[in-house]
Design a protein around this ligand. Structure first.
Ligand code: SAH
Length: 361
């Protein structure tokens, strides 16, 4: 079989592209044109790059490819949320979600195929980790969604809350954010991007030093080490206390806060005592809390608390001066809500694995 060795040009930053053009003995400014065609105009074929000469286009096509995830299914929720099932070059499947007006339009992107974190209430975790996405595949989801939704010229927010743990795929994630932020591309301001993480500490410490800084959301979900060890297994390696210390010293931008996500599980972490402990834990951190009443699913051994319980929990936080919101789950009818992304291929490819996880509950 012939192995494809042409490099994916869509996963190159502008500086890399300029360098590549120079290596080909061409002027660097063609790199800028190429970057604009791919990232600003969403073109997926060298043939359409009409301001580049025919000869350059064929040289480029011989050297490079423009890898673009392929949409193989679109689902629309009654609330307008849309879930896209995308096929990657190697046949792996991921999901990306469009959430309209919350209050802005938001793209929820995946950073990995599956996830290694295995949080006890998340369906993606049941897949295990299959592989990391490349920067091109992460940023490529935006190219695909803007084209599908005719939003190339609209403003949108990005949340890295799809499949995968972004800080477990650090380099590709940060590179994708640089590609998205580039003024010659879509100019997605990092302030419009939120990275959600379980808190992979060494990577979080690295993130603290980045020039390009997204908003930070921490998946906290528990208020004691023991409770978090069970719900978010990486806590056994990077504990709650260390995580909160890292948050305390994280360079939060002026007028901004770190979001702490807290999935609410009936009779597990939803008591008044949990709420009060949460307030104490967040002492000294510029924080806001986002409560996520569990999106239930077969195979998830937890229940969603009542609305009254969620409201009472929120009230305890609010009375003690914590900014708190309750995440309205969007797209639950099409399984596009938080923690519900799990691709069919996994269901089909490893029924044994899924069955085992279903039976173990
Ligand atoms: N790996 C990242 C992104 C995950 S998805 C992270 O863990 O932060 C975004 C949020 O949805 C996380 O806080 C995650 O814990 C939460 N989540 C996962 N499963 C959920 C479920 N079934 N119901 C509600 N929220 C869930």
């Amino acid at each position: 079989m012939l192995t494809e060795c042409r490099h994916d040009i869509a996963e190159m930053e502008l500086a890399e592209l300029e360098q590549a053009l120079e290596t080909l003995g061409r002027p660097r400014f063609h790199g800028r044109q190429l970057f604009q065609w791919i990232h600003k105009r969403g073109v997926t074929d060298f043939g359409e790059m009409t301001d580049l000469g025919r000869e350059l286009r064929s040289t480029l096509a011989a050297e490079f490819r423009i890898i673009t995830p392929e949409v193989i299914r679109r689902e629309r929720s009654i609330d307008g949320t849309m879930k896209f099932l995308l096929r990657l070059e190697d046949g792996q499947l991921i999901e990306s979600v469009f959430i309209p007006d919350t209050p802005s339009n938001t793209f929820c992107l995946s950073t990995q195929v599956g996830c290694a974190m295995r949080c006890g209430f998340c369906l993606t975790g049941k897949m295990g980790i299959i592989r990391n996405l490349t920067a091109g595949e992460i940023a490529g989801q935006v190219r695909v969604l803007t084209r599908e939704l005719d939003m190339l010229h609209s403003r949108f927010n990005v949340v890295l809350m799809g499949m995968g743990e972004p800080l477990h795929n650090y380099d590709a994630t940060m590179k994708a954010l640089r590609i998205l932020a580039d003024g010659h591309g879509l100019s997605v301001n990092p302030r419009r991007v939120t990275l959600s993480t379980v808190g992979v500490l060494p990577a979080l410490e690295r993130l603290a030093t980045e020039p390009l800084m997204p908003n930070l959301a921490i998946s906290l979900h528990a208020t004691t080490e023991d409770q978090r060890d069970l719900l978010v297994p990486i806590n056994r390696k990077y504990g709650l206390k260390e995580l909160l210390d890292a948050c305390r010293s994280f360079p939060v931008k002026r007028r901004e806060r770190i979001t702490f996500e807290y999935v609410m599980l009936k009779d597990v972490n939803d008591t008044d005592e949990d709420a009060r402990r949460l307030v104490r834990l967040l002492n000294g951190i510029r924080a806001k809390v986002n409560l996520l009443p569990l999106n239930e699913a077969a195979g998830i051994p937890h229940e969603r608390p009542s609305d009254a319980r969620v409201n009472r929990f929120a009230q305890i936080l609010a009375e003690r001066g914590i900014v708190v919101s309750v995440r309205k789950s969007r797209g639950r009818d099409i399984r596009a809500a938080c923690g519900q992304l799990i691709t069919e291929s996994t269901r089909q490819k490893s029924p044994g694995q899924l069955l085992a996880s279903l039976m173990s509950v």
